[in-house]
Design a protein around this ligand. Structure first.
Ligand code: BGC
Length: 683
């Protein structure tokens, strides 16, 4: 039967059941017509664990462990579209294997400020890099008959007051920076579904917005897929029903009272709302089901936790690690020369998969840096560990899942830390610091490696960081460690840039890793010991301080009831380009254990090409980045318009062809600040 014919057979009640949550992650099906419910799950890094249908209590199964994939920021740091496709494919195949119809990913919001708690779920500050990663990711998901749900549409770049904050932004900047990834997600990748954002824009809640959902999505972009609300993002029955929203989901258990449940049914029965608006929604849902082969018995089966999926997670993690500094060429470390190694820092042994909000994962396993390094070195090398600092103990469990209470207090806050046991904590941290300092001073260690940064107490849904400072007294600890061990290597893990200025000059070797999935520790060890030549590049500016970020310097972050994006299009490096601000590390930066030379650039419409040669001794990959040179008042500023990653053996040279958007002139280089060639279009 075709969707239209099915629609004709449905009662109002049945239709209503299909357009709102009947469980926390599912709509109602219609048994008598063999219409199954639509079953959804978070999220970007793997398929989330199972909850009770009407309670945010994890059921506690042993069959919902999954492959834990690197977060979207890590994926973006690979600058590798194939890996984005692989990631999406793993997610889609696992989602199907777990019986899901829709996977609530990817998140493509722009990293407007380094402080946004969900930055790790997002790709980049740059619209081009974001969309280039999102498109193959979505295609990968959907190749397994599972719908991607690109989120959160739109301008949802902070957690503070996330449920209500009114975003004030000029439409031009909205279209140039915040919408392109959504456009490509629906136009190029054909994302079957899209999730509205919690916040408001131009006076309307995004999930009920005429401007976003009707004018832009349906009319301009001709989108015929399914629009799903964020959980609790719908506020008004009439507005939602008449908007282009198709499914209302929420975090509460009063499913029948959702705006698009009984309240809507009553309005239709009273003749206040025409049933045809519901029919349109149901029809789109039925078309989605058809696309997913939910009726014809031809649906892919999916599978989860395969060795192949774990291998894919490892590949992504390996390419995501960014070598920020290697001044003394200490890296790669030679395993043969090591007898005794000291690791310091809680992130050396921290498990990250189980935190962060709705992106949390019940990982089949997670290799920590400490475990990765130990397994790489084997039993003949002594690896000691001192945490050096510690996080706050979580205050007593209320027994409630955070999501249950997530609609309270505007749904988000800033700078939350648990200081309830402050005195005891200071004592404990001092003791840990002393222990670490003492060990680090022991010259019998061939190498001392500090592994610190953030964790999901800071990089988390529902909370923005107050500033970029490293938590837990790490600045002081690292500085003091350098006083006793000046050749200490530093590895930072986090979801967005952290302030490293207190000690960065002292660090001659500096490695960055985003939350890199279940194989993260192995990938890090691969890079440290040279089994893998690092090729990650920063997908965002690493600021010295958050005041060097335009959202803070020119605009507002997090604002109050409203937040003014006064910086307009000058987001991330665009601001630094225009206002001549020095970052700590620029967008696109990332070193290698080899070197690359660029020569002979040619430019024609839609294509920039040049030769790239590996001039060093190790095989390696380089991402050639093409920036458009844009005249902006008296300035010429660069904007990313293309990139291509190429693998080269020592001495090998390849012609690299980079598809580009826009018009020339272009500059090509190894990062925003390492431009090697420039040229204009030759017709
Ligand atoms: C988040 C969404 C998520 C949903 C379901 C919301 O709080 O904003 O990204 O998909 O919950 O867990």
């Amino acid at each position: 039967m075709e969707p239209k014919e099915i629609l004709e057979k449905l009662t109002l009640e049945e239709k209503i059941g299909m357009i709102h949550g009947a469980e926390l992650f599912s709509t109602a099906g219609v048994k008598r017509l063999n219409i199954p419910p639509l079953v959804m799950s978070d999220g970007p890094m793997g398929v989330r664990n199972e909850f009770e249908p009407a309670n945010w209590k994890p059921i506690g199964l042993t069959d919902d462990y999954v492959t834990y994939l690197p977060c979207n920021s890590a994926l973006a740091a690979t600058w590798n579209r194939n890996l984005a496709r692989d990631t999406g494919s793993v997610l889609g195949e696992e989602a199907r294997g777990r019986g899901k119809d829709i996977i609530l990913a990817p998140g493509v919001n722009i990293k407007r400020s380094p402080l946004c708690g969900r930055n790790f779920e997002y790709f980049s500050e740059d619209p081009y890099l974001t969309k280039e990663m999102a498109v193959p990711y979505i295609e990968g998901v959907q190749s397994f008959d599972v719908a991607a749900c690109v989120k959160h549409f739109a301008a949802n770049s902070q957690e503070t007051e996330r449920l209500n904050v009114e975003v004030e932004i000029e439409e031009k900047a909205l279209r140039e920076i915040y919408l392109p990834a959504f456009y490509d997600a629906v136009k190029k990748a054909g994302s079957y579904t899209i999730m509205g954002a919690y916040n408001r824009l131009y006076g309307e809640y995004c999930c009920e917005s005429d401007f976003l959902l009707k004018k832009i999505l349906r009319d301009e972009w001709q989108y015929d897929g399914v629009v799903i609300s964020d959980w609790g993002g719908v506020h008004d029955t009439e507005k939602a029903a008449k908007s282009e929203l198709d499914i209302e989901m929420s975090v509460t258990y009063d499913f029948d009272d959702y705006c698009m449940a009984n309240p809507l049914k009553e309005k239709v029965e009273a003749g206040e709302i025409d049933e045809s608006v519901i029919d349109e929604k149901v029809l789109r849902i039925l078309h989605l089901m058809k696309k997913l082969h939910m009726f014809d018995g031809k649906r892919k089966t999916g599978v989860y936790n395969t060795p192949g999926h774990r291998k894919a997670a490892l590949h992504v993690a390996r390419e995501s690690i960014v070598l920020l500094k290697n001044e003394d060429k200490v890296l790669p470390l030679s395993k043969k020369e090591l007898k005794k190694v000291l690791l310091i820092g809680e992130n050396a042994q921290c498990i990250h998969s189980n935190g962060g909000g709705s992106a949390e994962i019940k990982a089949l396993y997670e290799i920590s840096p400490l475990m990765g390094i130990k397994t790489h070195l084997g039993g003949n090398v002594k690896v000691d560990y001192a945490s050096g600092y510690c996080r706050e103990e979580k205050s007593e469990e209320s027994g409630q899942n955070w999501q249950e209470t997530s609609l309270q207090n505007g749904g988000g806050s800033i700078g939350k830390t648990d200081t309830s046991q402050e005195e005891a904590l200071v004592k404990k941290r001092n003791a840990l610091k002393e222990e670490a300092l003492q060990l680090a001073g022991d010259k019998s260690y061939d190498r001392v490696i500090f592994v610190g940064g953030l964790n999901h107490d800071h990089d988390t849904e529902g909370n923005d960081r107050a500033d970029m400072a490293l938590p837990y007294g790490q600045d002081e600890l690292i500085s003091q460690l350098f006083a006793v061990r000046e050749d200490m290597l530093v590895v930072m893990i986090g979801g967005s840039s952290v302030d490293m200025t207190a000690w960065e000059e002292k660090a001659h070797t500096l490695v960055w890793s985003y939350y890199a999935g279940m194989e993260g520790g192995n990938a890090l060890a691969d890079v440290l010991f040279g089994d893998v030549n690092p090729s990650g590049k920063l997908p965002e500016t690493f600021y010295k301080n958050h005041m060097d970020c335009s959202a803070h310097a020119l605009g507002e972050f997090p604002g109050g009831k409203t937040v003014a994006y006064k910086e307009g299009k000058y987001v991330g490096y665009r601001y630094h380009e225009k206002y001549h601000i020095e970052p700590l590390f620029p967008f696109g930066h990332g070193l290698s254990y080899t070197s690359f030379a660029y020569r002979k650039m040619s430019v024609k419409p839609g294509m920039v090409s040049c030769y790239v040669k590996n001039t060093g001794k190790n095989p390696g990959s380089e991402t050639a980045q093409a920036y458009q040179l844009v005249q902006d008042g008296a300035d010429v500023v660069k904007e990313l318009k293309g990139f291509e990653k190429v693998y080269l053996e020592p001495g090998e040279e390849k012609l690299v062809e980079i598809a580009v958007e826009g018009n020339g002139p272009y500059a090509v280089g190894s990062s925003l600040f390492d431009i090697r060639l420039q040229g204009d279009i030759k017709l």
